[in-house]
Write a protein that binds this ligand. Structure first.
Ligand code: TRP
Ligand code: MN
Length: 444
């Protein structure tokens, strides 16, 4: 009765962005070990997320997906994880209250350890080494031994994801995310107009909750949040080892995270990534850059969502502030005309990266905002739903993105630039963005 789900067909196809592991036998041992480790998520949770995303595609909820560009093993500490969770919770509160809309919280976290690179190697002062591909593959240190891909790191990525997710579940279910803590999440951050605005909103929430308590209402839903995990499905040996047949449905799920996305560089229709991800039941995202044609988008719908299942497919557009108003309309219109029900999400980060005069990889906060505005405008004109936001953020007061309330300029980038990869919105900028998006959502 069982049909072969073809979970190994990708091995015959071209897989971009895979590390050159030096020893196939060592990789095989690691993959065997990964294959019997427990799932990080339960398939039933992936189904819940799929139904939540279907609501977002329908305009009845909004997706907030955020976290680091690349997580690191060193960054998986309680303080740093708590900081990110706090920031996401604060943004979610601003959006939920501001737009009176349920917000689906998805972290770019507990598995975001692998990065696609534009070049296989990196040269510094005439010395060439393999490029850093994320902590799941090699180390950032510019040293021949440390830059050599090491399969043992896949195991460490699994265990670090497990402990991260464990803490996230504890925070979001164990009282930390209780709406009565709404002021607490903002403690310790610098005083600013954004924070004052947040405190005002938190005060209104307090009053509303006291009112409900006085009325005798006692909603359990105020005490916890549903929090889902996601990362880019890049390393196919890892994702395959964590793809399991669900005992309830006999169908394959990639249990390394609730949601997986396919990057702009690995979304070839005849490529290995699409092949594996097409076969799992998780909700799937695909990043779409400015060169995407409507035909590309339609072909992706056919491959990844042939039955047009609500919540199955999310298109995460990353066009750049300068391109979105020109490129997105025809994609959105043609996909809508085909009858496909995808969730449209805006990634206002990756199309707006440049190198500052002082040599930092950065983005302008104004460009980030402008791309989000363009995203809302295009959907409004097309009569489609702007359903979510995908961002790179941290819970710290870093200086990686120029502008925002603190007016970070090129000189200020050096003050606290910590990202190994792309620049992230700091705590202030994340809150500021959520107030602006709440306004846009109210007008949706
Ligand atoms: N459970 C609700 C939700 O997730 C309300 C809620 C509880 C909440 N704690 C929260 C909302 C923290 C945002 C942030 O929407
Ligand atoms: Mn990035």
């Amino acid at each position: 009765m069982t049909t072969d789900p073809g979970l190994d067909s990708w091995r015959d196809l071209l897989a971009h962005q895979q590390p050159a592991w030096p020893d196939a036998a060592v990789l095989a041992e690691v993959v065997d070990e990964l294959s019997i480790l427990p799932p990080l998520v339960f398939a039933g949770e992936c189904d819940v997320l799929r139904s939540r995303l279907a609501d977002a595609a329908d305009g009845k909820a909004f997706l907030l997906q955020g976290g680091d560009c690349a997580e690191t093993f060193a960054g998986a500490t309680a303080d740093l994880i708590r900081g990110r969770i706090k920031t996401v919770l604060q943004m979610a509160v601003v959006l939920t209250y501001g737009a009176s809309l349920p917000v689906i919280k998805v972290g770019r976290l507990a598995g975001q350890f692998a990065k696609p690179r534009s070049s296989d190697d990196e040269t510094r002062d005439g010395v060439t080494m393999p490029a850093y591909r994320g902590d799941a593959v090699n180390a950032w240190d510019f040293d021949a031994a440390k830059r050599t891909p090491d399969p043992a790191r896949l195991l460490k990525a699994y265990h670090t994801s497990a402990s991260t997710l464990n803490l996230v579940r504890a925070f979001t279910q164990g009282g930390f995310a209780d709406l009565r803590q709404v002021h607490e999440w903002n403690r310790g951050f610098i005083g600013s107009t954004v924070n004052v605005r947040y405190e005002e909103l938190a005060g209104e929430i307090d009053r509303a909750m006291s009112f409900m308590a006085a009325c005798g209402a006692d909603f359990d839903s105020l005490r916890t949040v549903e929090f889902f995990s996601s990362h880019e499905a890049l390393l196919l040996d890892y994702e395959r080892a964590l793809t399991r047949i669900d005992s309830r449905t006999q169908l394959p799920y990639d249990v390394s995270a609730h949601m997986l996305w396919i990057g702009e560089r690995t979304r070839q229709l005849d490529g290995a990534h699409i092949d594996l991800l097409a076969r799992v039941r998780n909700p799937i995202g695909v990043k779409l850059g400015p060169t995407t044609t409507p035909d590309d988008a339609l072909a992706l719908v056919d491959r990844l969502d042939p039955t047009r299942e609500p919540g199955r497919l999310t298109f995460i557009t990353r066009m750049g502030a300068g391109r979105i108003r020109e490129v997105l309309p025809s994609l959105v219109e043609k996909v809508a005309a085909s009858g496909a029900q995808v969730l449209w999400v805006c990634d206002p980060m990756h199309g707006n990266t440049f190198e500052s005069a002082s040599g930092y990889k950065t983005r302008r906060f104004d460009d980030v905002i402008d791309e989000v505005r363009g995203f809302f405008e295009v959907h409004r004109a097309a009569g489609t739903v702007p359903g979510g936001l995908h961002i790179e953020l941290t819970g710290d007061d870093v200086t990686e993105i120029m502008g925002g309330f603190e007016k970070i300029d090129d000189a200020a980038l050096a003050t606290r630039y910590e990202s190994l990869c792309d620049p992230r919105l700091n705590h202030q900028q994340s809150l500021e963005l959520s107030f602006l998006v709440a306004d846009m959502l109210r007008g949706r």
